[in-house]
Design a protein around this ligand. Structure first.
Ligand code: XBP
Ligand code: MG
Length: 277
């Protein structure tokens, strides 16, 4: 089965819309795990060194480069903006693709070392959603193999199959903030946006989700994204939290809860759509 869509047995509960929504659509980088600073950034730098290039993306510079989604697109943006004098080879696309293949190899090594844990609450929420019969899907800009390796190495070998759809990377013509990847997931799930909840970590991701009319949208910010514009998200927190580690609410309401679970997401969904969709 390709990465874009998987058919797995109905969730354990086998029920539909247990909390008023049928599917949970999750972003990967920055949402499931803080992969950018110590993962992707280090892999890019290792690829540059391996290719004999004296480029090195600092944490600060990488924070600026994250405004461009997609690793290949990010390299091209870096060349245009920060290396205007670079003598690019005639086949620039091929040069960038080769650098990105090298980067992905280094990134998979980093993931396989287990150095990038899932964010607090992610496994709990996935289990709770799955047990409640909420369908799970991924909508990400990153390379498909990065997703399965992160889920396997940081979640467990069984976690990949919890996702009915994994839509990732170049499977769509336009990456976030374009809505394409979310449209692909909704199409594979055969669901309207109003039947779903989405979770993102960046302004690009929020824009992409909202452009796909996924208005029941939680943003869980991180160090790279906390100063971005999340005003259009239904709920903004500093993460998913845990029962013994309350989240901080940056926008919206938790109605007495102190961490994100399917009931909180269902309440957010009801606030957005009302009881009747
Ligand atoms: C984040 C991205 C990705 C990663 C790098 O994806 O924009 O491009 O930064 O991964 P998302 P690749 O937040 O949508 O999960 O180099 O494989 O693109
Ligand atoms: Mg992200």
């Amino acid at each position: 089965m390709t990465e874009q869509s998987r058919t797995v047995p109905m969730n354990r509960a086998g029920s539909q819309a247990p909390y008023g929504f049928e599917a949970l659509l999750l972003d990967v980088d920055g949402t499931l795990a803080d992969t950018e600073r110590d993962g992707h950034r280090c892999a890019f730098n290792a690829a540059f060194a391996e290719a004999g290039l004296d480029w090195s993306w600092s944490e600060a510079l990488y924070g600026e480069l994250l405004s461009v989604t997609g690793g290949k697109e990010r390299i091209r943006h870096y060349l245009d903006r920060w290396q205007p004098g670079f003598q690019a080879p005639a086949d620039l696309d091929g040069f960038i693709a080769d650098l990105h293949r090298r980067k992905t190899r280094h990134y998979l090594d980093i993931l396989s070392s287990g150095r990038i844990p899932l964010r607090a609450g992610v496994m709990r929420l996935l289990r709770q959603a799955r047990d409640a019969g909420v369908r799970l899907a991924i909508a990400t800009t990153t390379t498909p193999e990065n997703v399965s390796t992160l889920l396997t190495c940081s979640g467990g070998p069984e976690v990949v199959d919890w996702f009915e759809v994994i839509a990732a990377g170049d499977v769509v013509p336009a990456k976030k903030p374009a809505p394409d990847i979310f449209y692909l997931v909704l199409d594979r799930l055969q669901l309207p946006a109003a039947a779903c909840v989405a979770v993102e970590d960046s302004a690009n991701g929020v824009r992409a989700a909202l452009a796909a009319d996924l208005r029941a949208l939680l943003a869980t910010v991180n160090d790279y994204t906390r100063n971005e514009d999340f005003s259009a998200a239904a709920l903004v927190t500093d993460g998913l939290g845990e029962p013994d580690a309350p989240v901080r609410v940056l926008q919206g309401v938790l109605e007495g809860a102190d961490h994100i679970d399917p009931a909180v997401l269902g309440a957010m969904h009801r606030r957005v759509y009302g009881r009747l969709r």
